[in-house]
Design a protein around this ligand. Structure first.
Ligand code: EPZ
Length: 430
């Protein structure tokens, strides 16, 4: 199994290009099949989740022409099957976006129920509530969700919890329902806005995305479009924290600074200098980070997907910090791994109290999930000595060329496949 091996202690310096947003791409790929015409999507991140989603789409008959790593032409004219196979939903939960897209277009869809994952139970009751409100009959049988409707009719839908997935899924189905739909208490994440903008570029009539009320007037048909996905705010934030934790000076390029406001605010609070440009942000770390308290919230609050990254920073900061995870119920597992590198923390429910230590030391750790894995890489880059990270397949789900981009910033990191390669790395870096 592939591992990352890291010799820590090098300050990261330089510039790194940020790719397209994975969590926008997954919704946009699903929405693209809602027309029978060709759709060109650019700035696609070449990450495992996107590639698995494309495989799931091929399986139901979508024509997929991967022009290059970062652009694809899709055509949903010949979809012969509205039943997504379990193997795909098992690999990526977001295959459930095909439910909203297929239901909107064909008024029927069958998708296996996504299980939970390492960060929580991840229910999809709100997605199903929205589909039922639009007039679909939704049943669960043999582990799959079957949704079917004579016709979808626009309705007033209130989401009990702010949910990115439910907002996107219901928005897709409603974009081809008859009449007006209002979705209240929507998620406002940039990737929700990106999916709405994409659908509008195909002829949908969606207003209010990015606010907590989205108004949709359904249309009968959607048409071809060419669309470029927004930059990934979480990939950008991850490199910004890598700079902060290694005493570095890094500029993330091809970003939308507005999307990074909560992350920038916390980096300033823990002592970093920040310089904002039109499409770039520069992060300069202090000699020692300061403690801070942080609570994850739906956008524009501090993102849950950046919680492990700031947790690592606070584990090395001067003083004691409190991290409150208000979105998912099990997103502190990385602290158990971090303790093996010398971090000191105590988790009570959805709160972690982190007492900063002078330095972390390298150890062999395992990535519990995507963002926690990336955070452990940051810990390894900052720690003294050698860190080995297992289960990096989680990290490869959402970070394109992670080790290559980090090496571009001066990091001593390799992706190795054997003990021999690991030994060679250690001899090389000394
Ligand atoms: C999306 O997950 C992202 N994934 C997650 O990123 C991200 O952490 C999350 O939004 C929050 O920003 C993708 O976009 C593919 P939610 P999603 O529905 O849509 C509860 C990453 O690292 N809820 O906004 O599944 C849910 O349990 C991943 O890239 C219900 O109760 O998240 C959670 O507590 C990890 N019922 C809260 O809402 C529902 O029907 C927010 O979840 C749906 C959600």
């Amino acid at each position: 199994m592939e591992q990352y091996i890291i010799r820590g202690g090098t300050a990261l310096n330089g510039e790194v290009e940020i790719g397209g947003a994975k969590n926008a791409a997954l919704g946009i790929l699903a929405a693209a099949i809602m027309t029978d015409e060709e759709v060109l999507i650019e700035n696609l991140p070449d990450v495992r989740d996107v590639n698995v989603m494309l495989e799931a789409m091929i399986q139901i008959g979508v024509k997929v022409d991967r022009r290059d790593r970062h652009s694809v032409v899709l055509c949903g004219a010949d979809i012969g099957d509205v039943n997504i196979e379990y193997e795909y939903i098992k690999k990526i939960r977001a295959s459930y976006y095909l439910l909203g897209a297929l239901l909107g277009k064909y008024k029927k869809a069958e998708v296996p129920l996504p299980g939970g994952c390492n960060i929580g139970s991840r229910p999809i009751d709100l997605h199903l509530k929205g589909f039922k409100a639009l007039g679909a009959t939704v049943t669960i049988q043999n582990g799959s969700i079957c949704a079917v409707a004579q016709a979808l009719k626009g309705r007033h839908i209130f989401l009990d919890t702010v949910s990115v997935g439910a907002t996107i899924n219901i928005m897709m189905a409603a974009s081809m329902a008859e009449g007006r739909t209002v979705i209240e208490n929507c998620a406002k994440e940039p990737h929700v806005v990106d999916v709405a903008n994409f659908l509008n570029s195909m002829g949908a009539n969606i207003k209010g995305a990015g606010t907590d009320v989205i108004r949709i007037v359904g249309v009968e048909k959607l048409h071809s479009t060419e669309y470029s996905i927004i930059p990934d705010q979480i990939e950008a934030g991850t490199y910004m924290f890598a700079a902060a934790c290694t005493g570095g000076d890094v500029t993330v390029r091809n970003v939308i600074p507005k999307h990074l406001e909560a992350t920038i605010s916390k980096l300033l609070e823990i002592g970093c200098d920040i310089e904002e440009f039109d499409t770039a942000v520069r992060v300069k770390a202090p000699a020692r980070l300061s403690c801070a308290n942080v609570k994850t919230l739906p956008y524009p609050g501090y993102p849950t997907d950046m919680q492990p990254q700031i947790g690592v920073a606070l584990s090395m900061a001067e003083g004691t910090s409190i991290v409150t995870e208000s979105i998912f119920e099990n997103r502190f597992k990385y602290l158990d791994e971090l303790a093996r590198m010398g971090a000191v923390s105590k988790v009570e429910g959805n709160t972690a109290v982190i007492s900063g230590v002078e330095k972390l030391t390298g150890a062999r750790v395992s990535a519990p999930d995507l963002r926690a894995g990336a955070a452990l890489v940051i810990a390894g880059l900052a720690a003294e000595g050698i860190t080995m990270i297992d289960d990096i397949i989680y990290i490869q789900r959402g970070y394109e060329n992670f080790d290559l981009k980090l090496r571009g910033l001066g990091a001593k990191i390799e992706c190795v496949n054997s003990e021999r390669e690991a030994r060679k790395f250690v001899l090389m870096v000394g």
